[in-house]
Design a protein around this ligand. Structure first.
Ligand code: XMP
Length: 511
């Protein structure tokens, strides 16, 4: 059984993973578990504390989520955040009601009592609220540790029992000292030491992979990007002899990408790389398909069909390893209560029934954490800092039907954009940059002739984990040069536009 310093019970908040992440950033290993895990199972993790996350439910509703009550008798320090606070209050006999003043966004709190959580922190702090229920009175044995204008019980504590509760979200960056509050809980209430790092994560994942896979074989789907390369590196360090690497040429890759990936990875892990040419299969299946979600589902399903067919030809292959990240899971809405934004091909795009069992060692972490892990495992900086590229590839960067002609146009334009970014020192400054082929034709004039051709959008964003992003403020000269080169060099394009939307409300990819 896996060990963790802090267990975060997930009641469905959009931010649950951020709680774990903030603790990991500060050297404390936090693991997320379902809210209804039993107290008996919790004992197996040898944890030093428990956090009850926020969530969309109301404790007084018929369909409220409750944790095992025995958790309160384990003698472990507990921190409740938002819904977690309301649960604690409800459990200890206080009343929780719909708030007459719902609080969303920033609020100022005043610390009234320096409990473990507020140790060495300013008395007045900006925090981030997002709640529609509130605690009406103090539960027995608790004191108020902080108030806000609309919440007389904004933070409460029972220091003797080491139970703490916050109405606000310390895990969100807008909470000025939120990170410190979580660290204080770990350090002063739970006596955790800050010794965890990506090296410990690698060791834990290697042990987990060995336990999960046993003596069976694993198919590792590699794309040339950092996520799947890190997964391959973990497998190479744990079960090298049982690992089969496969790279699928979907035909939806960027210019020269197949050759680059093969050259970069062929000898990297000391494991043979099997390339599957599936260009025709993907193009045929995508013929006439316009709807983005349908494209994503078709691609996700086709990947699995190809892997399963390949696995059937080998003996003893029971697992498929892939570089799913937490972002893929939350946006595909398979975690908690979150809504589907888009079906990431390796999560929401998977078929309902699969013969291969999944090995997904990165599914708890974010892209920037994966990069640190990649460096820890000895991958080159070039590989680790490659721009992310989505599994569905260029298919979700062509608005409308994907066909050979549109793919060729997009590949050429994209190559020019990336070349120019690299030549001008902007590739490493942007999180991701690419071209999108629009399903829009417009009139132009080239030489003395009228043109009626397609438009290309340039997309470049700055981000740290892909959950939010702002469009990159690239210099006009650079954009002008890229536009001129694309229009001159790529047949079929007579107009280039720059996407100046951020995420949210837009997403990074257009589909
Ligand atoms: P969005 O478009 O959701 O993208 O803002 C966030 C990040 O995720 C990448 N992305 C994907 N990656 N499979 C992947 O492996 C997918 O289906 C997928 N969809 C989006 C996107 O490129 C960006 O870095």
């Amino acid at each position: 059984m896996e060990k963790a310093d802090i267990l975060v019970l997930d009641f469905g908040s959009q931010y649950t993973q951020l709680i774990a992440r903030r603790l990991r950033e500060q050297g404390v290993y936090a693991l997320i578990l379902p809210f209804n895990i039993s107290a008996k199972e919790i004992k197996n993790y040898d944890a030093k504390g428990i956090i009850l996350s926020g969530g969309p439910a109301s404790v007084y509703a018929n369909d409220a989520y409750f944790c095992d009550k025995e958790i309160f008798n384990l003698g472990l320090p507990i921190l409740g955040i938002c819904y977690g606070m309301q649960l604690i209050a409800h459990h200890f006999g206080a009343s929780v009601v719909a708030a007459s003043h719902k609080e969303y966004g920033k609020a100022k709190i005043n610390v009234k009592y320096d409990c473990a959580l507020f140790n060495n922190l300013p008395k007045s702090q900006v925090v981030w609220m997002s709640h529609s229920d509130r605690v009406e009175n103090l539960p027995e044995g608790f004191i108020t540790t902080a108030i806000s204008e609309n919440s007389p019980f904004c933070a409460i504590a029972n220091e003797e029992k080491k139970i703490y509760a916050l109405q606000f979200h310390p895990e969100v960056q807008h909470s000025e000292f939120g990170k410190n509050i979580l660290k204080n809980f770990a350090k002063f209430a739970c006596n955790c030491e800050s010794v965890w790092n990506m090296g410990s994560f690698a060791k834990t994942q290697i042990a987990k992979i060995k336990e999960q896979v046993g003596d069976k074989k694993v198919l590792c789907a590699i794309s040339g990007g950092v996520d799947s390369s890190v997964v391959a590196a973990l497998l190479a360090s744990s079960i090298k002899e049982q690992t089969i690497l496969v790279f699928v040429d979907t035909g939806l890759l960027r210019k020269n990408e197949k050759e680059q990936v093969e050259n970069a990875l062929k000898l990297k892990f000391g494991i043979e790389l099997n390339t599957i040419d599936a260009r025709e299969i993907f193009l045929t299946k995508l013929k006439g398909v316009i709807d983005p979600e349908q494209k994503r589902k078709i691609i996700g399903n086709t990947f699995i069909e190809i892997f399963e067919e390949f696995a059937k030809k080998q003996s003893g292959v029971e697992f498929l390893a892939q570089g799913t990240l937490y972002t893929d899971i939350i946006e595909s809405s398979v975690a908690g209560s979150s809504k589907t934004i888009k079906s990431h091909h390796n999560v929401g795009g998977l078929p309902e029934k699969m013969n291969l069992k999944l090995v997904e060692p990165l599914k708890e972490i974010f892209k920037d954490e994966v990069r640190l892990l990649g460096l820890e495992l000895g991958l080159s900086k070039d590989l680790v800092y490659r721009h992310p590229f989505p599994g569905p590839g260029l298919a979700i960067r062509i608005m409308g039907e994907v066909n050979e002609e549109s793919l060729n146009i997009l590949k050429e334009a994209d190559d020019i954009f990336i070349q120019e970014l690299k030549a001008n020192g902007y590739y490493d400054k942007t999180w991701q940059a690419f071209c999108v082929l629009l399903n829009v034709k417009s009139v132009g004039v080239m030489g003395d002739n009228r043109t009626y051709d397609n438009a290309i959008a340039l997309r470049a964003v700055d981000a740290s984990d892909g959950m939010t992003a702002t469009f990159s403020h690239l210099p006009y000269e650079l954009l002008e040069n890229v536009s001129r080169r694309i229009i001159n060099e790529v047949q079929g394009i007579n107009r280039v536009v720059y996407d100046i939307s951020s995420k949210p409300p837009a997403t990074i990819e257009w589909e």
